[in-house]
Design a protein around this ligand. Structure first.
Ligand code: SF4
Ligand code: FES
Length: 225
């Protein structure tokens, strides 16, 4: 199988594609394939030319941290939980997320996710009495990995500089508003400004979320607020 990778040496350099040969044995995750390619002492591309190690990010390798988010065969996904049938596939195409600045190769700078939350003052105030009716949805929203896959597929998220902050903020707003009575009003205002006014209800975020968060329920709660 050929692994075709979109590479970029640093944040300001031009991108280019480089191909590597990979011989797998059945179903391998993309993270395993990248580790195997990088394990070569003398890494060579498919044409036999010397190549530098492929830079990508991972931490948990268990679909829990969101670090390995990238575009795999044209679809945003987590490298550690995306299985490829290496006996059947001829080509595996790996590219960095397109809505965030590229730092190097498959690594993107997603710090805007945290910056947006800070700017929208999304932090918990005095915690209210637990509401049994919201418990399941709070558990769902709290599973957000901040991976950014929902932002990558959202037709309204324009990148770090845009005013629309996407499904990450909708879930965070719900989580805080449903737990904090004294902050609910402020949070509802920020939700309106950075989510409700920009969302066109494509719900692409719901289809792509690796944590299967019920974002629609978060949106429904916040819209009622
Ligand atoms: S809502 Fe889902 S897709 Fe979006 S950042 Fe959180 S875990 Fe990732
Ligand atoms: S390495 Fe943590 S989600 Fe993939």
């Amino acid at each position: 199988m050929i692994v075709r990778i979109k590479r970029q040496d640093n944040a300001s350099s031009e991108s280019y594609y480089q191909e590597f040969e990979y011989r797998g044995s059945g179903r391998d995750t993309v993270s395993h394939i990248l580790e195997a390619i990088n394990s070569a002492d003398d890494l060579r591309d498919a044409a036999g030319r010397a190549a530098s190690k492929i830079r990508w990010e991972c931490s948990c390798l268990q679909k829990m941290c969101g670090a390995c988010a990238m575009v795999i065969n044209g679809r945003p996904a987590l490298a550690c939980s995306e299985f490829i049938d290496t006996d059947k596939a001829d080509v595996l195409l790996l590219e960095p997320l397109s809505k965030f600045p590229v730092t190097a190769d498959l690594i993107t700078d997603r710090s805007c996710i945290t910056e947006h939350q800070k700017e929208a003052v999304m932090y918990l105030g005095k915690r209210g009495r637990p509401d049994r009716r919201e418990h399941d949805q709070q558990y769902s929203a709290a599973k957000c990995l901040k991976c950014g896959l929902c932002l990558e597929v959202c037709p309204n998220f324009a990148g770090p500089e845009g005013r629309f902050y996407g499904a990450v903020l909708a879930n965070e707003a719900y989580l805080l508003a449903s737990s904090s009575e004294d902050r609910a009003k402020d949070i509802a205002g920020e939700y309106k400004k950075h989510f409700a006014r920009g969302c066109s209800k494509s719900l692409a975020c719901r289809e792509i979320c690796p944590a299967e968060i019920q974002t629609l329920s978060s949106i429904g709660y916040m819209n009622r607020k």
